[in-house]
Write a protein that binds this ligand. Structure first.
Ligand code: AMP
Length: 503
């Protein structure tokens, strides 16, 4: 139905050759929803979007709970030639307002419980609702099953999605991802990780982020695998699904929580062939404990919203703890100094990547795009790393000062600005410190102006304006922040001071 440049033509290949094959399975492994039903649903979504006014290239902004219907909405948007724009379900109305103003979608889809908040922000866009059970005004707008739908042709470089990443300066940037960006990366991963129609992937990641939406979903679809589609991560639900599953993709927090659960045993993991981790660094300790407990060696990979996946430990061969492995086939990677000159092997530098996986730039931010994407195609990731003698890449830090808590990225600047605006506060520094469950926990170190302030006062100001995952776990009041001679706050010193706060 589409030419081969179209992401959907590749994702739907299995649906056309084996429509009755299961896409979704129940936890006990029994088939639930077939490939044919999933893509049939996607086609109806596409028709409803077009009827609501969607033209090729239009954005569809979506803040809904995870469900198979939400996946159909993703596929339907791309089928209709639209650009899928998923939003973290934790974003507050203030945050959503920014994305809608910036991306000017022609269709907005939200949970029915948010409709009153979102409606005034949607402007001229058509507003639909969709709940966790697939009900809402969007479900009511779907045409009858089997209604034919003429898909919009798209070229390889046309956009399929925009995913917002938080900006270091507080403003989020929309990473523009083309059909070819997404298709090429997923095809590489299917081969590299050996996914086949026999695989059953436990899908417990959110689908508003590159990991759950593209890595997990697109890899499953492209390979013809099936998924146990869990609404959210829950250790017991993952363990229930494990005996009849073959693969899990998770953030390190999944693995630490599973290790905390006595039901995780070698027997329970006996049918599994692959445990993949990414989105944040996995501690060597977690890697080793997982090996000892299950007999499986976690395969760690590294990627980001702007580039899809860049590196992976090998499927065969040593999966080296603490490293993110080698550049994926087709992905060029170099580690460079501040001038962009490659550093010697073993030295620390910033990772740059180039290849069909690298995005098309930031939505309506040519200046930001030019700062991070070189004219010859190299993308400056901001991740600091080294390469060892065998070619394994190890990430050692983040030039951009980002905190990753429970797999979610938090940019301190955004929280600092909000705290600094509160009356009675002089300044603040937000940092990440080691946390046994979240990997890193966000904490705020605050200097009050001239009166004693309390944690409750700060929380009352920012609690309703900031997504929960971004909110500091602790507020520490100090007389002054450590600074260097240039007047810069020494976050490194703060991280050292508070490194054992949660241990
Ligand atoms: P995101 O755009 O949300 O996917 O976040 C991307 C960032 O997460 C990267 O730039 C890295 O800083 C970090 N990241 C992803 N995977 C890993 C990993 N395996 N180890 C260390 N950091 C990682």
């Amino acid at each position: 139905m589409f030419d081969d440049n179209h992401l959907i033509s590749r994702l739907a290949r299995h649906a056309s050759t084996a429509p009755d094959a299961p896409f979704a399975r129940r936890a006990d492994g029994q088939p639930d929803v077939s490939y044919g039903a999933l893509f049939g649903g996607a086609q109806r979504m596409a028709a409803a979007l077009v009827a609501a006014g969607l033209s090729p290239g239009d954005r569809v902004a979506v803040q809904v709970e995870k469900s198979l219907q939400a996946l159909e909405l993703y596929l339907g948007t791309v089928m209709a030639g639209g650009v899928f724009l998923p939003l973290n379900t934790g974003y507050t109305a203030d945050e959503v307002a920014y994305f809608l103003t910036d991306a000017t979608p022609s269709v907005v889809v939200c949970d029915p419980s948010r409709a009153d908040d979102i409606a005034p922000l949607a402007g001229a866009a058509h507003l639909f609702t969709l709940d966790a059970d697939g009900q809402g005004t969007l479900a009511r707008a779907l045409p009858a099953p089997g209604t034919p739908f003429a898909a919009a042709p798209r070229g390889a470089d046309d956009l399929a999605a925009i995913l917002y990443t938080s900006g270091t300066t507080g403003r989020s940037k929309g990473a523009m991802l083309s059909h070819a960006n997404l298709a090429s990366n997923s095809e590489t991963l299917v081969d590299y990780w050996r996914f086949t129609p026999d695989d059953v992937l436990i899908h417990a990641l959110p689908i508003f982020h590159t990991h759950g939406l593209f890595v997990a979903t697109n890899v499953a679809l492209l390979s013809g695998a099936s998924v146990v589609f869990l609404p959210r991560f829950d250790a017991d639900a993952v363990l229930d699904a494990m005996p009849s599953a073959t693969a899990l993709m998770g953030v390190p927090t999944f693995y630490t929580r599973l290790l905390d659960n006595p039901r995780l045993t070698r027997d329970r993991a006996a049918n599994m062939r692959l445990f993949i981790s990414g989105s944040a660094p996995m501690l060597r300790d977690t890697h080793e404990k997982w090996q000892a407990r299950t007999g499986h060696t976690v395969l760690e990979r590294y990627g980001m919203t702007e580039t899809n996946m860049n590196t992976s430990n090998p499927y065969e061969g040593e999966r080296r703890a603490g490293t993110v492995g080698f550049p994926l086939p087709g992905v060029e990677l170099r580690i460079v100094d501040a001038d962009g000159t490659p550093v010697d092997r073993g030295e620390i530098g910033v990772i740059e990547v180039r290849g069909p996986n690298v995005f098309q730039g930031y939505w309506q931010m040519p200046g930001k795009t030019a700062e991070e994407l070189r004219p010859d195609g190299w993308f400056i990731t901001g991740d600091q790393a080294t390469e060892d003698a065998d070619g394994y890449i190890t990430i050692v830090g983040r030039a951009k000062d980002m905190v990753i808590t429970g797999g979610f990225n938090v940019y301190p600047k955004e929280i600092e600005s909000m705290i600094d605006d509160i009356e009675g506060i002089a300044e603040s520094a937000v940092i990440g410190v080691p946390h046994p469950d979240f990997g890193e926990a966000v904490i705020a170190v605050i200097v009050a102006e001239n009166r004693a302030m309390t944690e409750a006062e700060v929380m009352a100001e920012i609690g309703s304006r900031l997504a929960r995952f971004k909110q500091p776990k602790t507020y520490i009041f100090v007389p002054e922040l450590p600074r260097n001679t240039m007047g810069k706050v020494q976050k490194k010193a703060l991280r050292e001071t508070y490194q054992n706060l949660f241990s």
